[in-house]
Structure formats: C-alpha cells, structure tokens
Design a protein around this ligand. Structure first.
Ligand SMILES: NC(=O)c1ccc[n+]([C@@H]2O[C@H](COP(=O)([O-])OP(=O)(O)OC[C@H]3O[C@@H](n4cnc5c(N)ncnc54)[C@H](OP(=O)(O)O)[C@@H]3O)[C@@H](O)[C@H]2O)c1
Length: 208
C-alpha cells in the first residue's frame, strides 16, 4: 500500500501505528508533473482512493469570496480529477477509483453552497466515469462531519459548536470518526458489484 500527501513528516506521523506495510510518498496532486512522476514510480496498482481537500469555499453566498471558492475548487476538485486521470495508464483493469466528496453536495444547508459546488462537481462525474472507465469501478464516499484535523482551521469554540450540534441532531448521536469513512471506502474498493455509487457516510445528516 502507498499513502501520499505533500508533507512527508505529517504523513509519517499519521501512519505511525497503522498495521501492515504502508509506503509513504510525497506528491502534490495540484502539480501535473509531480503526479506523473508519482504514478510512474508506484507502477501498476489496483485501487486509488482520493482523500485530498482544501479548506476554502464556505460562507453565505451573498458575501462569499468567489476567489476563495475558486481556490477551493483548485485545492480539491481539480487535483482529485487530475490524479484520477493521471492514474489511468497504471490502474489495473479490475481496479477502482474512490473519490471522497462531502455531504454538502446533497444537503441544502445555507452557508455551504460553495462546498456543495466543489464536491457536487466530483459527484456529478462518478456515474459517467463508471461507464467510461469500465471495467474499472468508480465510486465516491460522501462524508458528513468527521473529527479530523480539517476542523482545526476553525476557532476552537466554533468547531465545538458544530460538533455539539451534530451530536444533538444526528440520528446516530455522534460526530463521525475517520474509521467510519475508512469502512465505507473499504466496502466500495472491495465490492466488485458496486460502481457509479456515491455512498453517504454522514450519521444521517442528509436526512435532516
Ligand atoms: N473532516 C470532515 O468533516 C469532512 C467532511 C466532509 C468531507 N470531508 C472530505 O474528506 C476528505 C478527507 O478529509 P480530512 O478531514 O481528512 O481532511 P484533512 O485533515 O484536511 O486532510 C487532507 C489531506 O489531503 C492532503 N492534501 C491536500 N492537498 C493535497 C495535494 N495537493 N496533494 C496531495 N495531498 C494533499 C493533506 O496533506 P498535505 O497537506 O501534507 O498535502 C492531508 O493529509 C477530504 O476530501 C474532505 O473534503 C471531510
């Protein structure tokens, strides 16, 4: 298994204690030449999981900074698509691509329309890619609120308020954990009869 991100130090820290042999590699998925070098170095492989993300693009539409929204697309939608495209020459025919999007794409929540657009762009491509790239399978996991470092961009009291609201309102009564999303990814990777699917992993947030 190969895990990759831009910063090898934080990647190695995240991989500490992960069982099995995982090779850490540095790559910037926003850089086409770097992506090409990365996939060439990895060689033929079976499953691509695209978890990368930016942090910009949220806020009320009336005052939304459109340049920030553009950066949000450039930090998530474009590099996920670029990595998927660049992987194709070495992604085996029985393999799969799993995008990680966000449930904002499917809930009409004020203040998240920009995030809906960033993630909806990816989700809109899943079905068509599943047909176009067959027999490779193409799916997405669409998470709700999951306790990861992504939320550390936010002031601590604002993050605590979001998590408390999730605990109070979600049918499952808790915030998501990285393992919840990992299970959903594993299902989509391993189930050879599932393609063109966007799987919500959100504790029921899409129902509210
Ligand atoms: N956490 C949530 O509540 C939540 C909710 C809905 C959806 N999601 C989605 O779930 C996915 C994982 O989220 P997360 O919470 O784990 O986010 P995160 O804590 O911000 O982690 C994102 C990872 O992507 C890597 N990355 C970012 N840009 C990259 C690039 N250009 N090339 C290579 N690696 C890059 C980062 O490492 P480097 O900085 O070292 O590159 C980091 O390891 C994301 O797509 C996110 O949008 C998360």
């Amino acid at each position: 298994m190969v895990a990759a991100s831009r910063n090898l130090d934080t990647l190695n820290e995240a991989l500490r204690g992960v069982p099995g042999r995982v090779e850490a590699r540095a790559v910037d998925a926003g850089d086409a030449a770097d992506l090409a070098r990365f996939f060439h170095a990895v060689g033929a492989f079976d499953h691509l999981v695209l978890t990368l993300s930016g942090g910009e693009g949220a806020g009320p539409f009336e005052s939304l900074d459109l340049q920030a929204l553009r950066r949000g697309f450039e930090a998530k939608s474009w590099p996920q698509l670029a990595a998927a495209q660049c992987s194709l020459p070495t992604l085996r025919a029985h393999g799969s691509i799993t995008f990680i999007t966000a449930i904002s794409a499917r809930i009409a929540r004020p203040g998240t329309t920009g995030l809906a657009a960033i993630n909806g762009a990816l989700e809109a491509m899943v079905g068509g890619l599943a047909r176009e790239l067959a027999p490779r399978r193409v799916n997405a996991v669409s998470p709700g609120v999951v306790d990861t470092p992504w939320w550390d961009r936010m002031p601590a009291d604002a993050k605590a308020a979001v998590f408390a609201e999730q605990r109070d309102t979600l049918p499952v009564g808790r915030v998501g954990r990285p393992d919840d999303v990992a299970h959903a990814i594993q299902y989509l990777m391993e189930n050879g009869f599932t393609t063109g699917t966007v799987a919500a992993c959100d504790g029921g947030l899409h129902l509210l």
